[in-house]
Design a protein around this ligand. Structure first.
Ligand SMILES: NC(=O)c1ccc[n+]([C@@H]2O[C@H](COP(=O)([O-])OP(=O)(O)OC[C@H]3O[C@@H](n4cnc5c(N)ncnc54)[C@H](OP(=O)(O)O)[C@@H]3O)[C@@H](O)[C@H]2O)c1
Length: 206
């Protein structure tokens, strides 16, 4: 399979290219500047090209440009990509002094609730399936909890930690409930597809 990584000169694209190459895949990294792609491609032993050239003859296009350039790059490359499958790895995010927020502005239930009640609000446990919670053994998974106010977040984290064998993880401001709530849909689809009760486990944490 030939995999074209648009924006493969970046941190993620380059790492992905190296990994895929190590797995024996035929990889080409693209750049707005073909010479930059060539320079890096030589180092990691893959092909390099302009983004336009890279996607030609690819079996899969990974769009790995900076997220804020994903839409304009997709627009620009659409004719060259044609009907070749495309994998977007982008997340629309807003970085603030209070934490990282989802970039898209549509509110979660938890945020709506926060506007209704006077109490501090946290959100969490969305990924904890009752089927796993009901088993005698605590589920071997993590729980993500977010909230703006530690008065809600801290006790929620403590509660979560008692329910599972994994970790209760602080996932930042309450606006991240959009992701946690959205993840529920992801998990439900996974459950249906694989006939299971999936949970979440983060790696990279002690
Ligand atoms: N970093 C991670 O850990 C990680 C993990 C999962 C997913 N992702 C996703 O992977 C994507 C790339 O992340 P990254 O950290 O590798 O980003 P990055 O290093 O900042 O940028 C990747 C490449 O995007 C291209 N680029 C920058 N500005 C552009 C513009 N205005 N128009 C077109 N191309 C532009 C650049 O390539 P050229 O200048 O060579 O054209 C750059 O090398 C993002 O969507 C990110 O959300 C990242």
């Amino acid at each position: 399979m030939r995999i074209a990584i648009v924006g493969g000169t970046g941190a993620f694209g380059r790492a992905l290219a190296e990994r895929l190459h190590g797995l024996g895949e035929d990889v080409v990294i693209g750049s707005r500047d073909a010479s930059r792609a060539h320079e890096i491609a030589v180092v990691i032993d893959v092909h390099g090209a302009s983004n336009d050239e890279a996607v030609v003859d690819a079996d899969l296009v990974v769009l790995a440009v900076r997220s804020n350039a994903a839409l304009e790059t997709a627009r620009a490359l659409a004719p060259a990509i044609g009907t070749t499958p495309l994998l977007s790895v982008a997340s629309d995010l807003t970085f603030t002094e209070h934490g990282v927020l989802p970039g898209r502005q549509s509110y979660s239930l938890a945020e709506h609730i926060d506007r209704i009640v006077d109490a501090p609000v946290a959100a969490g446990l969305q990924s904890l399936a009752v089927a796993r919670l009901s088993r005698p053994e605590p589920p071997d998974e993590d729980i993500l909890v977010c909230g703006d106010d530690p008065r809600a977040k801290e006790p929620s984290l403590e509660l979560a930690a008692r329910l599972i064998r994994g970790r209760a993880i602080d996932a930042g401001p309450l606006a991240n409930a959009r992701a946690l709530e959205g993840m529920t849909a992801v998990i439900l689809n996974v459950n249906r597809r694989y006939k299971t009760h999936a949970g979440i486990r983060l790696v990279g944490l002690e």
